[in-house]
Design a protein around this ligand. Structure first.
Ligand code: KIV
Length: 271
């Protein structure tokens, strides 16, 4: 959507983008500084993902993340944007017991953060939750394929929808569309499976490691910017080396302090 003159991205712009073959871009964000930068740069939507578990809180998985942890991060991101559409991720344990719990969590994000939509994981199994949230007037971004909150059940970071299992992927995709989701994230599925889903659905598909044939692309910003100590997934292209930049800056500053090169006279106050 980058070239379109859009003052504020709305759900209808996702739909227009699909109809006109314009690619949608999304990045995760967990704070107001990156949110403001990505917003000004024209990223269409910012996901305050439960990947904050790994990238902010230092957990090994997203499972321990709570609603109370994500609310202040989401508020910071939503408060920093002028154009981008902000999606709040519903963490593990905040919607699975049924539509009532899901709606309660969605209400919290919408009332307490200023987010524009919520995201939750699961296809057929989450359709009733999506239907209830949408019926309350809250846009839902669905998330199928590899769903990190189920990583123990899925046996780790395993590609989904291969071979005959594409039928389950399609069933999940149709279930979330039918339940009222305005877009669906496809994570770690083969490119051809993602193409089939994209062709069959009327709502836009967003790839996270699902190849080029979807309506949009989403990446975890720290992977994309090279600010990570962990393993970078195969599907990520690094657009910066922030680990290198910050390491060099920290080493140079340490050396300057040791040698007396910092602070200089220009950094000191007059009496
Ligand atoms: O939390 C997150 O960052 C996500 C994306 C990987 C889709 O859910």
């Amino acid at each position: 959507m980058a070239d379109e003159v859009v003052k504020k991205v709305r759900t209808r712009h996702f739909q227009n983008a699909k109809a006109n073959g314009i690619k949608i871009t999304g990045l995760t964000s967990y704070d107001q500084l990156t949110a403001a930068i990505f917003d000004k740069a024209g990223i269409d939507f910012l996901l305050v993902g439960d990947s904050a578990g790994n990238n902010v809180f230092g957990y090994d998985t997203t499972l321990p993340v709570t609603v109370d942890q994500l609310i202040p991060l989401t508020r910071a991101v939503a408060g920093a944007v002028k154009r981008a559409f902000v999606v709040a991720d519903m963490p593990f344990g905040s919607y699975e017991t049924g539509p009532d719990e899901a709606l309660h969590t969605a209400f919290r994000f919408m009332k307490e953060t200023g987010a524009h939509a919520v995201k939750l994981e699961g296809g057929v199994r989450s359709a009733e939750q999506i239907r209830r949230i949408v019926s309350a007037g809250i846009p839902v971004m669905a998330h199928i394929g590899f769903t990190p909150q189920s990583e123990h059940q899925l046996g780790g970071h395993v590609i989904q929808g291969r071979g005959e299992r594409v039928e389950q992927l399609l069933a999940d995709a149709h279930a979330v569309e039918e339940a009222g989701a305005f877009a669906v994230v496809l994570e770690m599925v083969p490119a051809e499976a993602a193409r089939r889903v994209t062709e069959e659905l009327t709502i836009p598909t967003i790839s996270v490691g699902a190849g080029p044939h979807t309506d949009g692309q989403l990446l975890v910003w720290t992977d994309w910017a090279g600010l990570t100590s962990g393993r970078i997934p195969k599907f990520v292209r690094q657009y910066a080396d922030l680990t290198g930049v910050l390491t060099d800056a920290a080493r140079t500053w340490t050396a300057d302090v040791a040698s007396g090169a910092y602070p200089g006279p220009e950094h000191s106050y007059e009496d």
